[in-house]
Design a protein around this ligand. Structure first.
Ligand code: SF4
Ligand code: SF4
Length: 362
């Protein structure tokens, strides 16, 4: 029976199949194995014997049209017009001719894009919008990522870490970046409840929507100074900015009191151990532009103690669970504070229920 004709709609993105390079289309689902040939270069070998070479280059998240044209020119020259971006902002060129790899790497370096980030290395840091582009940011994005990556760059272009290292940044708790599942996560945090502009709130926002937006039910309708508005029960507020996302009359940004928290141990991969959520390590570091030295120093320190002590291929979260969290805090020089206690209403499920807090798992 003939296959039914696919319907073409204008809803959602176009089907990705039409953009696949011919070699990927031909070997789809039939790859036998892959291996890393050198920093930033790997090969996939198909059951058919076909070989697909990937060259991964660093890319900033925010790029201009000139840069996109540069990438497109290289893709035309070496890859039949195909390239792809990874979820962490690396740009990958896919070649079928091995002899062109070194020439592509040289061309990439000439336009300022180092090659690396595959295997036991740091990949480009995925990040969100920052002060410039998003209204609820508690910190910047590109600025901190640049400062951190400048310090960790040697781990991108060389494979000298024990395992993969994935770092993410989100500039508020809405977490548009992959901060919940990265080895190290940089997360902007507010520390004060929203300031309600009672005069404008009714005109700019729907009171029922604003009240419903609060995950802790801290907002309730109220009449204040004769204006229909809302009030915030401050003890219930966790400074998440959800209300500000739906209502511009409830800003909570403050350059002095906003800052950065660091989270560790998350991963998406289910190799060896199941995927893990990142957990809080450092509750607060100040916003200190333009180079955020406190944040950079702490991240570098955490990477170095993990790199020194971890077993081959051990991700940061796996290493911490093996050496135990108390020992990790000691090695990293982090003090245990009240913010480390999970007080969410379902937290009981995650509490340790034995006295064995320092046992070694493996
Ligand atoms: Fe905006 Fe928050 Fe997303 Fe950053 S993480 S882009 S501040 S919503
Ligand atoms: Fe509720 Fe979050 Fe707004 Fe606080 S910041 S009032 S917790 S929505």
């Amino acid at each position: 029976m003939a296959e039914p004709k696919k319907r073409v709609t204008d809803i959602g993105p176009p089907n990705y199949e039409q953009f696949l390079p011919p070699i990927i289309k031909k070997n789809y689902g039939k790859w036998k194995y892959h291996e890393i040939l050198k920093p930033g270069v790997m090969v996939h070998v198909g059951e058919s014997g076909d070989k697909l070479f990937t060259v991964r280059a660093a890319s900033p998240r925010l790029i201009c049209t000139d840069k996109i044209r540069d990438y497109a020119d290289l893709a035309e020259k070496y890859c039949g017009g195909h390239l792809r971006f990874t979820s962490r902002h690396n740009v990958e060129f896919l070649l079928t001719d091995e002899s062109k790899i070194d020439s592509l790497i040289k061309d990439l370096k000439d336009i300022g894009h180092p090659v690396g980030g595959i295997g036991n290395a740091i990949s480009s840091i995925v990040h969100t919008q920052g002060w410039v582009h998003c209204h609820s940011a508690a910190t910047d994005a590109s600025g901190i990522v640049k400062a951190v990556m400048d310090e960790l760059f040697e781990y991108f272009s060389e494979r000298k870490l024990p395992g993969k290292l994935r770092i993410a940044l989100a500039c508020c708790l809405n977490m548009c970046g992959a901060v919940h599942c990265s080895d190290i996560a940089i997360l902007g945090i507010h520390t004060k409840p929203p300031r309600v502009d009672h005069k404008t709130l009714k005109k700019m926002c729907e009171i029922p929507s604003v009240s419903a937006s609060c995950p802790t039910a801290a907002i309730r309708p109220a009449t204040v100074d004769g204006f229909d508005s809302v009030e915030v029960i401050e003890e219930q507020c966790m400074f998440c900015a959800n209300c500000y996302t739906v209502c511009p009359s409830m800003p909570l940004n403050d350059p002095e009191t906003d800052g950065i928290s660091l989270w560790v141990g998350g991963k998406v991969s289910d190799a060896r151990t199941p995927p893990k959520f990142s957990k809080l390590a450092v509750p607060f570091l100040p916003n200190n532009p333009p180079r955020w030295p406190e944040v950079v120093d702490m991240i570098k320190h955490m990477v170095e103690i993990w790199a020194k002590d971890a077993r081959p291929y051990e991700r940061m979260g796996e290493w911490i669970e093996r050496i135990t969290w108390p020992r990790f805090f000691k090695l990293a020089g982090i003090k245990f504070q009240k913010e480390h206690i999970d007080d969410f209403k379902h937290a009981g499920l995650s509490f340790n229920r034995t006295a064995q807090i320092t046992h070694v798992n493996s």
